[in-house]
Design a protein around this ligand. Structure first.
Ligand code: SAH
Ligand code: SF4
Ligand code: F3S
Length: 459
């Protein structure tokens, strides 16, 4: 089922009228993943339609929207403490509108907590409901009412919400929403709802438009991006995007190892480097017993086979992964299994997380929660190992020429120092007399550390 998003939405018009002749500013603060970044771009797009201008600080904002993440306890704590900071602002300016969106706004107990404990929060709006933003703002401005929209997601999909993109040359394109996997530790299926995929034609026409406007990098987004399924599967969709004329690359995240089809591997090989030779493939654990408890539906052998196939089909491919340390009942042996897989694969980058109990997930109710000291000790061993491989992988690139997309001026180094990303998603610093931001160029790699490369422009 599809919800339309009518740009002449009566609430957009109504808020526009209320704002007419006044200078009204919107500030959006984003926590969490790329999906949230993409949603925030849509919030800004809707904000502009309603007559707001954008501001980079809460201090002069008339409306503050906090886009939250619920993936770990720490993420929630950060968002709530940030909300607390806005209390003083609200006291100074009683007409300030404060809204909470993102994954925390889908958790009933959090919404209840905000409703009763944060009186200055005007509304909460769960994910997949951004089309209701004009309505909840209108209800506050015109009727003085607070709104808490939770549990209303009916699995439908809204097309046509305009995005105010923060970059002119890089673009997120959401292709599917939600997740059906219910990994036992994870809150996402509860916050983002069931999987739904956009029709391929609207994705392709969005990509065509982006490329025509000079976008150099398109990142396809989804909680489980490679399980995309509409009138075509993910491999066919990305092949069709790669076939669009233009000088650009296409990336995607995040994938589930169970949905890496042979055909996707083949397409990645065939269209590399237009399809970036990079794959983020979350392992989570190297222990088959733990993987089973996590409901991951693959074992370490199957994971390693996928890695082998990817490396055969896509020469020079970079691989990154996510690992959770201290899942309930994880023993030293289980943890050693994880280290063994990491040694075998030699990932370019490992994102590691200490297991965090999420209310409402099956793992939170499991016996055998691992104590903090043991989690910390395993984490530091894992970091030492993964940093060593990251360093090794990066040093292998010294002396090679890498095609890079220049992103910004470097925060370190001189005026003429720039930061770019290789097609394999690695950070490179180099100097140039000419401003090359937003362009592809070639850099000879001269130095490398675990998290960055240094090079010079190839003449
Ligand atoms: N859909 C993506 C992203 C999920 S969130 C995927 O399936 O990979 C990103 C990462 O956060 C996950 O891969 C996992 O490693 C980590 N994560 C999720 N829930 C967690 C929890 N309860 N505690 C610690 N890490 C968690
Ligand atoms: Fe969470 Fe698993 Fe879905 Fe990823 S695949 S979002 S880890 S439930
Ligand atoms: Fe966080 Fe929700 Fe993304 S929990 S990681 S913002 S999908």
């Amino acid at each position: 089922m599809m919800n339309g998003f009518d740009m002449n939405n009566e609430y957009i018009e109504a808020v526009r009228r209320i704002n007419a002749g006044k200078s009204r500013k919107l500030f959006v603060l984003t926590f969490g993943c790329q999906q949230n970044e993409a949603d925030s771009e849509q919030v800004r797009g809707i904000g502009l339609l309603m007559g707001y201008s954008l501001t980079e600080t809460p201090d002069d904002a008339d409306i503050i929207i906090v886009n939250t993440c619920a993936i770990r306890e720490h993420a929630e704590d950060k968002a709530l403490s940030m909300l607390g900071n806005f209390k003083a602002l609200k006291r100074k300016r009683p007409e300030l509108v404060v809204g909470v969106i993102g994954c925390m706004a889908a958790e009933r107990h959090v919404v209840e907590h905000i409703k009763t404990g944060f009186h200055y929060v005007t509304f909460t709006l769960e994910p997949n409901m951004l089309h209701l933003l004009p309505e909840v703002i209108y209800r506050k401005l015109a009727l003085g009412k607070r709104s808490f929209i939770v549990g209303k997601d009916d699995g439908s999909l809204t097309e046509g919400i305009p995005a105010e993109r923060s970059s002119g040359f890089k673009a997120w394109v959401s292709i599917m929403y939600g997740c059906n996997n219910f990994c036992s530790y994870c809150i996402v299926p509860y916050t983002r709802g069931r999987e739904r995929s956009r029709p391929s034609e609207s994705i392709l026409s969005e990509c065509r438009g982006l490329v025509a406007h000079g976008v150099k990098e398109i990142t396809l987004l989804g909680q489980n991006v490679n399980s995309y399924k509409s009138d075509m599967d993910f491999a066919t969709l990305i092949e069709n995007i790669a076939l669009l004329d233009g000088d650009f690359t296409v990336r995607f995240m995040t994938s589930h190892p169970k949905d890496v089809s042979d055909r996707l591997i083949e397409v990645m090989g065939k269209y590399s480097p237009k399809i970036a030779p990079y794959f983020h493939l979350p392992l989570q654990s190297g222990s088959d017993r733990i993987l089973k408890l996590m409901h991951r539906t693959y074992n370490s052998e199957k994971f390693l086979t996928t890695v082998r196939k990817l490396r055969e089909a896509v020469p020079g491919i970079a691989l990154s992964t996510d690992v959770i340390v201290g899942f309930p009942t994880e023993t030293d042996e289980d943890f050693e299994d994880t280290l063994r897989v990491l040694r075998e694969v030699e990932f370019d980058l490992v994102y590691s997380f200490i297991y965090s109990k999420r209310e409402g997930t099956p793992a939170a109710r499991m016996d055998g929660q691992v104590d903090q000291a043991r989690k910390d000790e395993r984490m530091s061993r894992l970091l030492a190992l993964s940093d060593a491989f990251a360093d090794k992988k990066n040093k292998e690139l010294i002396g090679t020429v890498q095609r890079v997309l220049v992103e910004s001026r470097s925060k370190r180094g001189s005026e003429s120092s720039y930061t770019a990303r290789t097609l394999t998603n690695k950070l490179v610093h180099f100097t140039s007399d000419e401003c090359l931001i937003g362009e592809f160029t070639e850099v000879l790699i001269e130095k490398a550390g675990a998290f960055e490369l240094f090079g010079k422009l190839k003449k």
